[in-house]
Ligand binder design. Sequence first.
Ligand code: NI
Length: 268
Amino acid sequence: MELFDSHAHYNDEKFLQDKEQILEKVYKSGVTKLICAGYNLEASKEAVEIAKNHNFIYATVGISPNDIENELITEKQEGINQKMQNELIQIEELAKNTKVVAIGEIGLDYYWNKENKEEQKIYFKKQIELANKLNLPIVIHTREAIFDTLNILKTEPVINKGIFHCCPLNLDLIREGLKLGFYISFAGPITFKNSKNAKEAISAVPLDRILIETDSPYLAPEPIRGTRNDSGNVKYMAEKIAEVKGIPVEEIAKITYQNAEKIFKLKA
Ligand code: NI
């Protein structure tokens, strides 16, 4: 059974010591394609390097809402300042690499950052513009910011659409996201014993729009919750979806693989 992990961070410091061994193990376990997601400039550079060095890995580049520099927050300027502009120019340069398949992760996070909502929105919109300019889809991070996230997606249409990564198990968000043409990517939380809406959330997503991811090194699924996550665990998400949908896990693996290849345009 071959699996596609749609979102992982081998550019995270938690993989600094043993990244190559883990990636070899992951590939041998059947995860034959994965996306290494950028979240700030440095991590985006690293994601591109990792993708260049491994045939089975692709990269996304972008500035996440949790990686907006503090100077921007305190300056409270209208529009974008020089620093932001420079950062976005560098993201654009990185995005021209052939292994870069999306702009992300980008979006809004009002759980970790309530103080700079306006800056988050500006960054999100600017990077949507960039994705449209470069003909790429986007990878969305959204947390406690559902209304504003959807509002931006409605007013700033994303030509190549994209995915809600580690999608919150919120039925309104899922339904609206699907209506806008986006894919829904499920991570560890669908396996957590205390997760309330997992079943309903999975049921709400048609098979042709569903993706699976680990968000490694974070969010390890049941039954290994709390450990350092790696892409080998993406099978637990496939199993959970298979159980809810009443379809063999092999079938879920195949469909999510094809969906990922489609949205990230890995096949002509
Ligand atoms: Ni992530």
